[in-house]
Design a protein around this ligand. Structure first.
Ligand SMILES: [Zn+2]
Length: 289
């Protein structure tokens, strides 16, 4: 079942324009419309699966953010890129925070936590999916099942490519604010719809990933959302490897036979252009209270 949003989740405006129609390439093959708020320019999937149906769109062996199975070439590249980016993310955390207690919000199968828990940090994950929670148990990764309960606070909270999946992002970020110590740091990474690769691939850009991505942020719309949560963005940083992975998947969607090489080329152009404009394929926002 689907639900249609009548008001913009950021500014409550009721006027929308059609932005793009994208296909779900990884699970359902259904098409979904992205609409853009005519007031604040937030782009979101509308209509979208309701809360009850949304989990069905995560049920795929290929959906590797959530499962560790699958060994095709793209998955193997993804795993290599993931190993590299996990190290980069940890270095980044240490640049902004010396805190000891970390929460990874939307931790998936816990690869990031697995790495950082070996770095003298007390780590916790949060993942709403029951299937994924079972994987976390097997991997002996600490996780909380109910974030709202209890008064625990964290020095560092990370949300790597999660907020675009959350039905109520403002509410979710406000909850993270409560869970963050006063001197704590929140890191949020989301795809950027104003990147060169988004513009190049249009409806086939992997960063849209409908209907799992409910929101499609630009720096402007993300900034407006954050303003409503009373956080301050203290830095915006690139995720340079993401443009390669996004391009690789996008090339697969358009059935390119030389996707491996073509994606390398698009990544190069995307990152080169972004050096001047700041519009990288994905961005990490560093936030403070
Ligand atoms: Zn709006």
């Amino acid at each position: 079942m689907y639900e249609r949003l009548r008001n913009c989740p950021i500014c409550k405006n009721t006027g929308f324009q059609k932005y793009l129609v994208c296909k779900d390439h990884s699970v359902s093959n259904e098409s979904f419309t992205l609409t853009k708020c005519s007031e604040c320019e937030l782009v979101f999937t509308n209509p979208r699966p309701n809360k009850k149906s949304l989990p069905e769109y995560y049920q795929s062996e290929d959906y590797i953010s959530h499962t560790d199975k699958g060994n095709n070439l793209i998955n193997l590249i993804y795993k290599c890129v993931r190993r590299y980016t996990i190290r980069k993310k940890f270095k980044l955390l240490r640049k902004y925070s010396s805190g000891k207690k970390l929460l990874d919000y939307g931790c998936g199968t816990g690869d990031f936590l697995n790495y950082v828990s070996r770095k003298n940090l007390q780590t916790f994950g949060y993942e709403p999916s029951k299937v994924v929670q079972e994987i976390l148990k097997i991997k002996k990764i600490n996780f909380v099942t109910n974030l709202k309960a209890g008064k625990a606070q964290y020095d560092i909270i990370t949300a790597w490519h999660v907020i675009e999946h959350v039905p109520k992002p403002k509410k979710a970020i406000k909850l993270l604010r409560k869970k963050l110590t006063d001197s704590g740091t929140l890191f949020i990474a989301v795809p950027n719809i104003k990147s060169f690769d988004a513009d190049y691939y249009q409806e086939n850009w992997a960063g849209y990933d409908v209907p799992r991505h409910l929101y499609h942020f630009s720096r402007e719309s993300f900034g407006r959302l954050i303003k409503k949560t009373k956080f301050k963005i203290i830095d915006t940083l690139p995720m340079k490897f993401d443009s390669y992975y996004a391009s690789l998947l996008s090339e697969k969607y358009v059935n390119s036979k030389i996707y491996f090489f073509k994606a390398l080329k698009i990544r190069k152009i995307s990152n080169k252009k972004a050096k001047k404009t700041g519009e990288f394929s994905s961005l990490i926002y560093v936030l403070k209270k």
